[in-house]
Design a protein around this ligand. Structure first.
Ligand code: ADE
Ligand code: ZN
Length: 337
């Protein structure tokens, strides 16, 4: 391991943009299919990996939703999340804010309780086994209707004290944030925090809508905000956190080459960018791999990597005093290296 690899691995970090369904490794897909008696359209792990060549977000989503079909029981959701936490712990993650897509499962007849209880049990274990704190972000699928988003919110009612925030994901183009303004207002009224994917493939106007109509506290991705200088100024002035996902951007052709990734431009502009894995099983790397990819691709040094890690805590939903303690750990790690 190089000095910079070791620095990245040991750098305390929070992961703020991770779809738990996107951490389903091909090996696990086969294991869950076997134990649930389901057949899958792949003969081998290699064949699955070979299918992970995407031209855009929708190419990926089609495969991602199909893959999620092997997730049937509370044990599946537990084991999926437990495996993620093991990987995250090895990557120096000390706090994770985990998105899950209830509609992907409720549409297949999987009870909400099975999904969330499985995830919550793995989250409790992660705290005792790895010292990782975590919370849940319930994401609405934007290609589905506002009505089904409201049904999802109602379904979650008994667990709302265990859910930190709502989010918005899936096919962005043609599904602007405004479609979900009312359900976000309803979620806020129930005490939930708010985030949304915006500006991954969608135009800068979708980022503005997420701010103005959804009133989000964090933008997931946000890459295309860079096309609008006034919007960049606004994001800088408001200290808005962007949860950027470099390997995802590469795999989904948001950037052509990792060398073209705008992460350091975002920092130089004063944007509160963070580094995250999005769907690590599909995009070829967990969070430390994402830090490594931009360090190599853009020549980022330790100070910039530490800034990204600091942003991950200040942009998290952790209480301010706990976030501050984590930031001090980042500073201590940087000072020691
Ligand atoms: N669901 C899982 N990953 C996603 C992404 N990168 N964009 C939109 N929806 C997603
Ligand atoms: Zn995402």
């Amino acid at each position: 391991m190089t000095d910079l690899d070791a620095f990245i691995t040991g750098l305390p970090k929070a992961e703020l943009h991770l779809h738990i369904e996107g951490s389903l490794e091909p090996e696990q897909m086969f294991a869950f299919a076997r134990r649930n008696g389901i057949s899958i359209p792949y003969a081998s792990v290699e064949e699955v990996r070979a299918a992970y060549a995407f031209g855009n977000l929708q190419d990926f989503l089609d495969i991602y939703y199909a893959g999620a079909d092997v997730l049937r029981t509370r044990a599946d959701f537990h084991d999926l999340a437990a495996a993620y936490f093991d990987r995250a712990a090895a990557d120096g993650v000390v706090h994770a804010e985990i998105m899950f897509d209830p509609q992907t499962h409720s549409d297949r007849g999987i009870p909400f309780a099975e999904v969330i209880e499985g995830l919550l049990s793995a989250m409790e274990e992660a705290e005792t086994r790895h010292g990782i704190s975590s919370n849940l972000i319930m994401s609405f699928l934007r290609h589905l209707s506002e009505e089904t988003a409201f049904e999802t919110l109602a379904m979650a009612e008994p667990w709302l004290d265990r859910i930190m925030a709502v989010g918005l994901d899936s096919s962005e183009l043609g599904h602007p944030p405004e479609k979900f303004a009312r359900v976000f207002t309803a979620a806020a009224a129930r005490g939930l925090r708010l985030v949304a994917h915006a500006g991954e493939e969608g135009p800068p106007d979708y980022v503005k809508q997420a701010l103005d109509l959804l009133k989000v506290e964090r933008i997931d991705h946000g890459n295309r905000a860079l096309e609008d200088n006034a919007l960049v100024d606004r994001l800088v002035q408001s200290g808005m956190t962007l949860t950027v996902c470099p390997l995802s951007n590469l795999k989904l052709c948001v950037v052509d080459r990792i060398e073209d990734h705008p992460i350091d431009r975002m920092l130089a502009l004063g944007l509160k960018a963070t580094v995250n894995s999005d769907d690590p099983a599909y995009f070829g790397g967990y969070v430390a791999d994402n830090y490594r990819a931009i360090a190599a691709g853009r020549g980022l040094g330790k100070a910039e990597l530490a800034e990204l890690a600091r942003n991950s805590f200040t942009g998290s939903f952790l209480p301010a005093d706990i976030a501050r303690k984590h930031v001090e750990q980042v500073d201590a790690w940087l000072a020691a290296h």
